[in-house]
Design a protein around this ligand. Sequence first.
Ligand code: UT7
Length: 308
Amino acid sequence: MGITIEGLGYYTPKHVLSNFDLEKMVDTSDEWITTRTGIKERRIAKEESLLYMSYEASLKALEDAKVQPREIELIVLATLTPDLGFPASACLLQAKLGADRAYAFDISAACSGFLYGLEVVGSILASGGAKKALLVGAERLSQIVDWNDRSTCVLFGDGAGAVVLSSEGEGELLASALRSDGNYWDILYSERCGYIRMKGKELFKLAVRSMAEVCEEVLQKANIRSEDVDLVVPHQANIRIIEALAEKLSIPMDKVYTNIHKYGNTSAASIPIALCEAKQTGRLKRGDIVLLTAMGGGLTWGACLLRF
Ligand code: UT7
């Protein structure tokens, strides 16, 4: 399916919370967090609302694409931490951007939200329902983190990433595979207005196995060998999950983009933030074959293979 990422942008909050700061809050250590997860620090939104972070990321993506807000015909925002119960965060973003020609809605698919969004937006662009779209992944997970629970509070962070997508251009969504299994809902969830609860060990094993399966599926569908992948941009949940996945796929870690040490797990924001950083640091170039994969609450998981 012809779909080009014309521009990318991200925003992460100013406030940095390091592992050493967490040592003063719960019974943990920099050594435990670093070796078990790869995280050194994360960003926490103190002043910034979800709308503010989404807006800042979107402005940068629009600027990168050289696209005006009025050219955008569709806005999709993936989040599990909206500022309001309703309306959709995407509608608030539409108003703030002045993207008055766009229709806008949210996607709730936890850490897989950006991949679900890519499939939905890609299909709408392919069917002629819009020419240019804005896809945003944004989270303010610090709002739903139990800061007394050391098994989860060290893992998560806040931020937003955005991409401008177009039905024109050289880019392609070569293949995608999306999955859900609600039987596993209680492995990772929050009660309404409650805290994140997670069965980490079970999720770890499921994440490696399930992401490897869908990655292999998209490679097969697109008839592309793993050695022909230029860059893997996985959801940043745990460096050990990412390393195990790369090993299963026989893809060396130097072809895998990671920034978990700086931001922790930002759920739906993690892939677009990493994609944008990869582009800005020269790791991602036009024409590259890029493999995206994620797993999160739902359970939801998936993989998308792109020609960038
Ligand atoms: O974004 C959605 C996807 N998310 C994921 O896929 C997350 C998947 N899971 C994980 O990343 C890992 O399971 C964790 C990082 C959450 C935990 O790592 P683990 O190696 O599975 O540790 P564990 O839960 O088995 O805990 C080992 C020990 C326990 O102590 P005992 O029972 O062995 O005495 C925990 O109480 O580590 C203890 N522990 C901690 N110690 C220091 C748990 N959290 C901490 C902590 N600091 N923050």
